[in-house]
Each structure stands twice: as C-alpha cells, then as structure tokens.
Write a protein that binds this ligand. Structure first.
Ligand code: FAD
Length: 419
C-alpha cells in the first residue's frame, strides 16, 4: 500500500480517483492468532497498531461486532486535553498529548488535530482557586496551563454572556492551550490502516460471544463467525465491558454503563475558535470545521445500554448553551446521538491484567476516552506484549478498588469538576 502524499493525490486525481486502494483489507478470520483484540474502537485499533509498531507483533486480529469506529469512537465530541492533577493521570494523558501532536505524521493519515485550546470557565473565587491549584500542578509536571481573568475570557470568547447579572457570572477560567479537537473517524481509520499495513487482520461484523478458557487461562474466543484460538486476548469494548467480561466469568466489575449524548447544530460562520466548558452546569462546546456547533452535556443518571438520545437532556443542554451563549437562541440543532460510557467508580481507567491468565482489560474510560486513545493503545500494547503494565499505567489496575488504591480525580469528565 502506498503512502498518502501530494504525488499520490495528484496521480489519483489524474486517473479520476478510480485507483485508490482500500485503506484496510477485509480478511476472513484465521483459526488462530498470537493476540486477539476484542473491540474495534479507537482503543482496540490503537492497541493493535502499537503492538505491531512498537513490539513487532503482527499475528493479531481485531474483532469488531459492527464496523470499526461505530461505537463511542465515532460518537464523541472529540475533545483532547491533558489537564489532570493527580500524577497517574497527568503523566498518562500528557504522554497521550505528545502522541496526538505527532499522530498525523506517524500514521500518514490526517486526523485533523487542532490545538485550539480548551477553556474551563470559573464562576466563583473558589473555583478560580481550584483552577490555580490544578494549573500549578500541571505546570510542575511540565503540562501547559494558563489562568485567565475575566477580561481575557471576554476577549477570547466574544459570544459569552459576561454580564455581572448572568445566572452564573463568569469570573475567569483556565486554559490548556495545547488542548483541542481531532477528527474522531479519521483517528479510527488511521490506526486501522496503520495496523493493517503491518499485517494485523481487522475483522468487522464479527461478535465475540464467549471466551475459551482452559485451566484459568484464556486460549481463544468464540465468535459469530466461529472459534478463534489466541495466546493472549485484550478486551477494549468500552460501554460493553461488563457484558463482555461476564462471558469470561468475571462477574462483578467496578464499572457501570451510562448513556452520554452529543449534539451538532446547523453550520454557521466562525463563532467559537476554542473549546469552552461551562463549570457551573455541565456543558461543553466547540465548532467543527464544517461550522456546526458541537455540544455535549451531562450523562443520564441511570444505567443503560441504549445508544440513542432522549428529550430531557436536549432541554438541559439547550438551556445551558443559552445561559453561556445567549446569541445561540435561534440556532437549529441538526443531529443528536448517544453512546454508552463505561464509568469506573473512581473515574480513572483500567488497563490491566485480569484474574484470567493472558486475558487483559482496557476499560473504565468514562467521558474521557477519546483523548486517551493513543496513550491507552500504547500502554495496553505494552501490557499485553510484556505481560506487565508500563509505569504510565501501573496505577490503572483492576484490583485497586479492593486494595483501596483508587485514583479519584474529579476531573475526568469533559468539565474538570471542582466539587
Ligand atoms: C456523546 C459522547 C461524547 C464524548 N466526548 C468525549 C470527548 O469530548 N473527549 C473524550 O476524550 N472522550 C469523549 N467521549 C468518550 C470516548 O468516546 C470513549 O471513552 C472512547 O471512545 C472509548 O474507547 P473506544 O473508542 O475504544 O470505544 P468504542 O468506539 O465504543 O469501541 C468499543 C467497540 O467494541 C465493540 N464491541 C462491543 N462488544 C463487542 C463484542 N462482544 N464483540 C466484538 N466487538 C464488540 C463495539 O461495537 C465498539 O465498536 C465521549 C463519548 C460519548 C458517547
């Protein structure tokens, strides 16, 4: 497969774009692999890519029950940031940020990573103190952070309601200038292409329906297209983590599944050139390259596996958006969708061995797994390849809940919460 380049583009243009090669193959599953990754979302595909690239392991299959990127990977609001405070999270997400910064070149695929900054609004002096504390911790760890006063917020976000009589007056905020957005589908496709190029089989429309376990050791998976043997199996199924792990006999996980919804408006002229999060409610907003305003809000308070939206959250998100940006009053929503969050009980992910030998788990991403895609894949690949976690994911164990080593950072959602 040839590299994408200007020459490649011109050559294909001259032949009417009829000779582009498929970006990845659609192979039939082989009877056995060294490693099977369950779940063709961003994390599963990135894991396969880094297993091949960093560890030279290529006899790998990624098994996806639908189409790759059809889960949360293609449903998120694409925000990327590394503005965490606790050391485990700070270093992990910052490593991810560094991978984001070189991803398009590394994958030879334009993921449209846009470092337009992520601004968290503060509405009280107490929130400003908390932002200063978080920002100081970030800067001490080598992560960029800026504390912004009210005037600077008004300058950067002209549409915001800055009036002192606003329902939640804005007193300042914090910005991570290197944060921003990326084109989520392109990230999935780029990792898929990069993995396929190195020999990984990406098998779509193939559901894992069970695990083959022999003497406490995983030896393969059962799928809708037959059994596949494997020396090691990695599970990266996000919102379906509890259901899939149950098939391996791991009945109770510290994970709940909840619905999170997102929205996009009709396209409008450039209005917001950064990402803004509303700390008093639960709303975040950015503008896509096509001009649509992309909104996200709070998740549903009850457990669900329904990948669809519902009316109360539309009202909540619309009223939060109006509170922040009153000039959005007449904008029309174009689309609205939902995805299933794998909420861990301390808000921190799990990238870990499991009680079943050679079965590895990647999950518990809550609202924030898109930004984690490269670091997650990189660390999961290391964990599967070597059988031990990398120091970046050493704290993200499954047994931390029973041992009392939780990593409880109240900043894992799109809004770094301060309460
Ligand atoms: C509305 C919304 C907004 C979000 N916004 C952000 C954001 O702005 N920033 C951010 O960082 N994160 C965000 N997230 C979270 C982020 O999208 C997820 O944490 C992340 O995508 C999860 O990892 P993944 O990409 O591997 O998951 P998925 O893409 O869900 O991949 C899991 C895959 O496993 C497959 N699967 C499940 N069961 C089986 C089975 N039995 N056999 C085979 N395959 C199976 C599924 O079909 C799916 O494709 C958001 C999520 C949603 C829903």
């Amino acid at each position: 497969m040839s590299r994408y380049s200007i020459f490649n583009l011109v050559g294909n243009a001259l032949s009417g774009h009829k000779n582009w090669k498929e970006a990845w193959r659609s192979p039939e599953p082989k009877p056995s692999y060294d490693i099977v990754i369950v779940g063709g979302g961003g994390h599963g595909l990135a894991t396969a890519y880094y297993l091949a690239k960093e560890h030279g392991l290529t006899n790998i299959a990624v098994i996806e029950k639908g189409w790759i990127g059809g889960g949360n990977m293609g449903r998120n609001t694409t925000i990327v940031r590394s503005n965490y405070m606790l050391p485990e999270n700070t270093h992990f997400y910052e490593w991810g940020m560094k991978l984001w910064e070189t991803m398009s070149q590394d994958l030879n695929y334009n993921v449209m990573f846009s470092q337009r900054g992520v601004i968290n609004l503060a509405h009280t002096p107490g929130q400003m103190d908390a932002f200063a504390r978080r920002g100081n911790a970030m800067r001490l760890a080598g992560v960029d952070a800026e504390l912004l006063d009210r005037d600077e917020i008004a300058r950067r976000c002209p549409g915001l309601d800055m009036s002192p009589n606003a329902r939640f007056p804005i007193v300042g905020g914090m910005c991570q200038p290197r944060g921003g957005t990326a084109r989520h589908d392109a990230v999935a496709w780029g990792y898929a292409r990069g993995a396929d190029l190195r020999g990984v089989d990406i098998i779509e429309n193939c559901e894992v329906t069970g695990f083959k376990i022999d003497g406490g050791k995983v030896v393969g998976v059962e799928t809708s297209r037959g059994d596949i043997l494997a020396k090691k199996v990695g599970v990266a199924v996000a919102g379906h983590t509890s259901q899939v792990m149950q098939m391996a006999g791991i009945e109770r996980l510290p994970i709940e599944s909840h619905l999170l919804q997102a929205f996009v408006s009709e396209p409008v002229k450039p209005l917001i050139d950064t990402v803004v999060t509303f700390g008093a409610g639960h709303l975040y907003i950015s503008q896509s390259n096509k001009g649509g305003l992309v909104f996200g809000g709070d998740m549903d308070g009850y457990n669900s596996f329904a990948q669809r939206g519902n009316i109360p959250v539309i009202e909540d998100v619309a009223s939060c958006a109006m509170t922040m940006f009153p000039n959005l009053g007449k904008i029309r929503l174009l689309r609205h969708w939902g995805g299933i969050m794998d909420m861990s009980m301390d808000g921190t992910p799990i990238i870990s061995k499991t009680p079943v030998e050679n079965l590895f788990l990647n999950g518990g991403w809550c609202y924030g797994g898109f930004k984690a895609t490269p670091a997650s894949g990189w660390c999961f690949a290391h964990t599967i390849a070597t059988g031990e976690p990398h120091e970046l994911n050493a704290g993200f164990t499954l047994d931390r809940f029973e041992k009392g080593y939780t990593i409880d950072e109240k900043g894992v959602g799109p809004v770094p919460r301060l309460h």
